[in-house]
Design a protein around this ligand. Structure first.
Ligand code: AMP
Ligand code: MG
Length: 364
């Protein structure tokens, strides 16, 4: 299959493909997604095939606005609307109860879009999206092309990150092509993603709100609306045997480059010192460091990549996945990476880096 790159004037072509049950690489403000008609079970199944994604890992539905929540969710708490008011459109996914339908309702529901060649069943969230859970992840993205696309198809777009399973999420159209060229009909080019890490996931179905994955909306921002927010242990440490995270995706070894990663956390000067003292100073060791320390490492033989300034965690989030992918294009045998502290979007950067490192973290 030839994969077409679509530009901003060709969103209608992307919409046509999705309405016909096909897959499109879609730009969002967080990372590129692999999108399909979220109410078409066959289309959703093909997402799992293209990514090589485990079947038990549910997808997020991307919707136009909070007004669509009641079409697909039940028992929506008031806090969901408050969060939507504050942070949507934006990088926040809410886990809510999936709508329950009686058999009569299912019979009465309209069938697939007229153009659909693959799906004539009722237009409800299929088990393929939720991996059989009674909850569903809902997000209203902010990227203008993604919003236009949702508007055109007029249905929720199911989309996980657009990477091959196990690779870092794509933050540019080039990353998306590297993983999906020849596997999907089209990718919509929306430029580089300006958040760079996946959405924050908050579970609103329990007794208290729980952060399942840190992302573009920070824990501190959530606390301003919700007060207390519990944090799933999978956010900050490796799960032990028999433990399972609330977001099934958090149990998989994600974001892992080929070479083992050591994440170095703590005061940036001390972290750079630590790396300098432990580095082999040969071409087999790669360094991902804050901009301030690039010149320190640049004289050596191994690759040195900048995450951006130590103080600019937003830039670190934008650059992290590109840096991990770039290291895969070298023949390094070890990667040393500086890691920010957990405040603000630092929690998301640190979480992704720790996962890339298999939680091999050194505190200096
Ligand atoms: P990705 O789009 O690749 O970032 O993957 C979506 C993430 O959302 C995965 O980590 C899923 O496990 C998580 N997710 C999606 N739906 C649910 C749900 N109903 N409950 C908990 N986690 C979910
Ligand atoms: Mg993913």
């Amino acid at each position: 299959m030839k994969t077409r790159l679509l530009n901003l004037h060709e969103v209608d072509k992307a919409a046509e493909i999705i309405c016909a049950g096909g897959l499109v690489g879609i730009p969002t403000e967080t990372v590129y997604g692999l999108g399909a008609d979220g109410l078409n079970p066959m289309a959703v199944r093909s997402i799992f095939q293209a990514k090589g994604r485990p079947q038990d890992n549910p997808l997020i539905l991307h919707i136009w606005s909070k007004d669509w929540l009641e079409r697909y969710c039940d028992d929506i708490p008031e806090t969901a609307f408050q969060l939507a008011e504050e942070f949507w459109p934006g990088p926040l996914t809410m886990i809510l109860k999936c709508k329950r339908r009686s058999p009569e309702e299912l019979m009465a529901l309209k069938t697939g879009p007229i153009s659909s060649l693959t799906h004539f069943g009722p237009r409800v969230i299929p088990d393929e999206v939720t991996a059989g859970l009674d909850t569903v992840g809902m997000r209203c993205p902010a990227h203008p092309l993604c919003r236009l696309l949702i508007r055109m198809v007029d249905c929720p777009i199911a989309a996980p990150s657009g990477n091959t399973s196990g690779r870092p999420s794509p933050t540019t159209v080039q990353h998306m092509l590297a993983d999906m060229d020849g596997k999907i009909p089209a990718i919509l080019d929306g430029g580089p993603c300006n958040v760079g890490v996946e959405s924050t996931i908050i579970d609103l179905t329990g007794a208290e709100p729980q952060l399942l994955r840190p992302g573009g909306i920070t824990l501190e921002q959530l606390q301003t609306v919700l007060g207390r927010v519990a944090v799933d242990p999978a956010v900050t440490r490796q799960m032990e045997k028999g433990e399972s995270p609330r977001a099934p995706g958090m149990k998989y070894r994600h974001y892992a480059p080929k070479a083992p990663v050591t994440a170095v956390k703590g005061e940036p000067e001390r972290g750079a010192d630590y790396i300098w003292n432990h580095l082999s100073h040969t071409r087999w060791d790669g360094v991902i460091c804050f901009e301030e320390f690039v010149s320190l490492f640049a004289g050596g033989e191994g690759p040195v990549l900048s995450l951006g300034s130590a103080a600019d965690k937003g830039e670190q989030a934008r650059r992290l996945f590109d840096a991990l992918r770039a290291m895969d294009d070298t023949d390094v045998k070890r990667i040393w990476a500086q890691c920010p502290d957990d405040s603000g979007i630092g929690l998301a950067v640190s979480n992704r880096l720790n996962k890339a490192a298999g939680f091999h973290v050194v505190e200096v």
